[in-house]
Design a protein. Structure first.
Length: 240
C-alpha cells in the first residue's frame, strides 16, 4: 500500500477519535447537567412561591387596613344613630351599617383565606428548599467524580493530539492539504473503505478500473462520484 495512503488512513482514524471527545465529554456531563437543571427549576419554583406568598401578605394587609377604616366607619354610624330623628334617615343609616358589616365579614374571610394560602406557599417553598439541599449534595458528589473522569479524558486528548501532530509532520504537505480540503465537507467520512466494489461514503459502485487501482493502492484514489478518498480494508481483501 502507498505509504502516504496508509498515513492518511491512520490520520482519518485519529480525527474520528478526536471528534468523539466532544460527545464523550457531553455524556460525562449529562447527569450533572440534569441535576443542575433540576436545581435551577426548583430555585425558580421557590422564587415563584415566595412571590405568591408576598402577594398574599400584601393583599391581606390591604384588607386589614380596610377593616380599620370600616371599624372607624361603624363607630361613626353608632354615634350618628343617636342623633337621627326621621325614619328615613334611620333606614338609610341602617343600610349603610349593614353594607359596612358585610364588608367587614368579607374582609375577615379574605384575610383568613389569604393567610392559609400564604402559609401553604411558604411550607411548599420550605420543602423545596430541603430538596434543594439534597440536590446540592448530589451535585457536589458528581462534580468530584466528574473531575476525575474529565482529567482522564483530557489526558487521552493530549495523547491523541500528540499522535496526530507527529503523523501530520510525516505526511507530504500536498497530500495533507488534499485531505484537509475533502475533510472540510466530508467530515469523519473523508477516508472510506470500498465495500462490495462500492464507495461506502456515497454507496455508489466504482468502475472495475478504479477498483483495480484501489486494490493495488499505488496511489491515493478518490471516488469519482463523491470525491472521498478510497481504500480497501482487510475484510474486503479476504472476501476478494
Amino acid at each position: 500500500m502507498n505509504q502516504e495512503l496508509r498515513k492518511i488512513i491512520e490520520l482519518a482514524k485519529i480525527d474520528l477519535e478526536i471528534d468523539s471527545f466532544g460527545p464523550k465529554e457531553e455524556s460525562l456531563k449529562s447527569e450533572l447537567n440534569k441535576l443542575v437543571e433540576k436545581s435551577n427549576g426548583i430555585k425558580a419554583k421557590i422564587e415563584e412561591l415566595e412571590g405568591e406568598a408576598k402577594e398574599c401578605k400584601f393583599k391581606s394587609n390591604k384588607h386589614d387596613a380596610h377593616l380599620k377604616e370600616l371599624s372607624s366607619k361603624l363607630a361613626d354610624i353608632s354615634k350618628k344613630s343617636s342623633t337621627l330623628k326621621t325614619e328615613r334617615e334611620i333606614k338609610a343609616l341602617q343600610i349603610e351599617e349593614e353594607i359596612a358589616r358585610e364588608q367587614v365579614a368579607f374582609a375577615n374571610e379574605e384575610i383568613a383565606r389569604l393567610d392559609t394560602v400564604e402559609h401553604a406557599k411558604k411550607d411548599e417553598a420550605k420543602k423545596l428548599e430541603e430538596s434543594l439541599g439534597e440536590i446540592a449534595e448530589q451535585i457536589k458528589s458528581f462534580e468530584v467524580s466528574l473531575s476525575g473522569d474529565l482529567k482522564i479524558l483530557e489526558e487521552s486528548k493530549k495523547d491523541v493530539y500528540s499522535k496526530k501532530d507527529k503523523l501530520v509532520f510525516e505526511i507530504n504537505p500536498k497530500v495533507y492539504s488534499f485531505y484537509q480540503k475533502i475533510k472540510r465537507w466530508a467530515g469523519t467520512s473523508t477516508v472510506v473503505p470500498v465495500v462490495g466494489k462500492a464507495c461506502s461514503g456515497c454507496n455508489i459502485q466504482i468502475t472495475d478500473n478504479d477498483y483495480r487501482k484501489v486494490i493495488r493502492s499505488d496511489e491515493i484514489m478518490t471516488c469519482s462520484n463523491c470525491g472521498r478518498i478510497l481504500y480497501l480494508d482487510e475484510t474486503e481483501i479476504e472476501n476478494g
